[in-house]
Design a protein around this ligand. Structure first.
Ligand SMILES: CC(C)[C@H](C(=O)O)[C@@H](O)C(=O)O
Ligand code: SF4
Length: 474
């Protein structure tokens, strides 16, 4: 299974095999890493390790650092008030200075969530291996890169050697056929996939997303889908790069230029699964019949149509599973049989590396325009990067949000996880465009419902979940 593949190859086989430096009998490989993204949470011990061993960073130009998890999303032009955040941020600043790595600090317009800035800068390229000490590194697979999260000791290994020890995963293809209905988007696709395969469904696999829907999706949409591959248990997710990927990357600061660009595109065009390539597992989904999706529980697989009801755990045969889902309902403060559209919400969060890009801002603004945030709801929009923020402001989207009563914040991970000042209070219920709804994820005892940007925007106005396919009628 781990020998270099002969005969037709999948996209994953091609990129993996192209990066093998050495291979052992048992299939363990040393993989060359083309791109390493670094943030403040998983890097301090790695840099400390290098320092203790007296080692340098092997390829500083292939490493890019940014601060995102801890930064406050309120004005920080005069520094960071919270001492803990300030220390985290200062540590990354010092480490990158000492080791000669490019770093986007909290005052840099290029700063943002690590998975938003990589593609934005053209640091993320097709056919590359990309790692980061962060599980949602799978996002970059939207460009036909082999991208996945690594642990802190691996961060140190990559910093020191630009290689990673890896065994090959199996190949899974998820094909999404048809054309999505108006109002249904990439977030609904990914939630539906996880709902169908389960959070362990992708364990041991790298997923290639294919089919008409994936072709039709914008790069932002493909990133949303690849981002959540990890929530389906997969090692990585990827989409074969096409004209859309090339157009997105052209003229980005770190993308190849001139003759190098032409050479790169010629190579990138070969990055697709060969006819007859073998997939260990195949999943198909009909995009044409997909409704807007809302999560009801504490796992991203706990999903249902906006037209549906909170499910009844008593109907589950397996006792362990039944108990887990009962606990989820209790945590969420929900009763089986409640209509999803009858669930009232307190907070709305539009942002994160899943849905903090310009297209997400546009989709939300389109719903919000001319409406007012419900009196019972506190809503915020947090652009995924300084450049997304600037673009949105150039288009007047900030004005739409502010006029409706949304807060318009500085870029960062924000309320996606409770590592900064943005968090839910106990029992507050949030419609969130992020990717995880685990217990306490957005704050102690906070209740998260995962939805698309359009659904989150509509929920902010209505104060409950509404079907965006019929908006503003709901
Ligand atoms: C803090 C970081 C290690 C973590 C991750 O790896 O995903 C975070 O980004 C998350 O989304 O939970
Ligand atoms: S936005 Fe959320 S999921 Fe993405 S990197 Fe930040 S904390 Fe992790």
């Amino acid at each position: 299974m781990n020998a270099p593949t002969s005969g037709p190859k999948t996209l994953y086989d091609k990129i993996f095999d192209d990066h093998v430096v050495s291979r052992q009998e048992d299939g363990t490989c040393l993989l060359y890493i083309d791109r390493h993204l670094v943030h403040e949470v998983t890097s301090p011990q790695a840099f400390e390790g290098l320092r203790m061993a007296g080692r340098k960073v092997r390829a500083p130009s292939k490493t890019l650092a940014v601060v995102d998890h801890n930064v406050p999303t309120t004005d920080r032009s005069h520094g960071i008030d919270d001492p803990e955040s300030a220390t985290q941020v200062e540590t990354l600043a010092e480490n990158t200075r000492e080791f000669g790595i490019e770093y986007y600090n909290e005052r840099d317009i290029r700063q943002g969530i690590v998975h938003v800035i990589g593609p934005e800068q053209g640091f993320t390229l097709p056919g590359t291996t990309i790692v980061c000490g962060d599980s949602h590194t799978s996002t970059h697979g939207a460009f036909g890169a082999l991208a996945h999260g690594i642990g802190t000791s691996e961060v140190e290994h990559v910093l020191a050697t630009q290689t990673l020890i890896q065994k090959k995963s199996k190949n899974m293809r998820v094909t999404v056929d048809g054309t999505l209905p108006e109002g249904v988007g990439a977030k609904d696709v990914t939630l539906a996939i996880i709902g169908s395969i389960g959070t362990a469904g992708g364990t041991g696999y790298v997923i290639e997303y294919a089919g008409d829907v994936m072709r039709q999706l914008s790069m932002e949409g493909r990133m949303t889908v690849c981002n959540m591959s990890i929530e389906g248990g997969a090692r990585a997710g990827m989409v074969a790069p096409d004209e859309k990927a090339f157009a997105y990357l052209k003229d980005r600061p770190r993308a190849p230029k001139g003759a190098d660009w032409d050479k790169a595109v010629a190579y990138w065009e070969t990055l697709r699964s060969d006819e007859g390539a073998y997939f260990d597992a195949e999943v198909r989904l009909d995009g044409a019949n997909l409704p807007p999706i809302v999560s009801w529980g504490t796992s991203p697989e706990d999903v249902v149509s906006v037209e549906g009801l909170v499910p009844d755990p008593e109907a589950i045969e397996d006792a362990v599973r039944r108990d887990a889902k009962k606990r989820a309902l209790a945590y969420m403060g929900l009763t089986a049989g409640t209509k999803i559209s009858d669930i009232a919400i307190d907070r709305v969060f539009i942002g994160s590396c899943t849905n903090g890009r310009i297209e997400d801002m546009r989709q939300a603004a389109q719903i919000v325009a001319g409406h007012t945030v419900n009196a019972n709801v506190k809503a915020m929009v947090v652009p995924g990067s300084g450049l997304v923020k600037a673009q949105a402001e150039a288009e007047g989207l900030d004005k739409i949000f502010l006029a409706a009563g949304f807060e318009w914040r500085e870029p960062g991970c924000s309320m996606c996880l409770a590592m900064n000042a943005d968090r839910l209070s106990p029992e507050e219920r949030c419609a969130s465009t992020s990717n995880r709804n685990f217990e306490g994820r957005q704050g102690f005892k906070g209740r998260t419902h995962l939805v698309s940007p359009a659904m989150a925007a509509a929920a902010a106005i209505a104060g409950r979940f509404v079907d965006v396919r019929t908006w503003p009628r709901g």
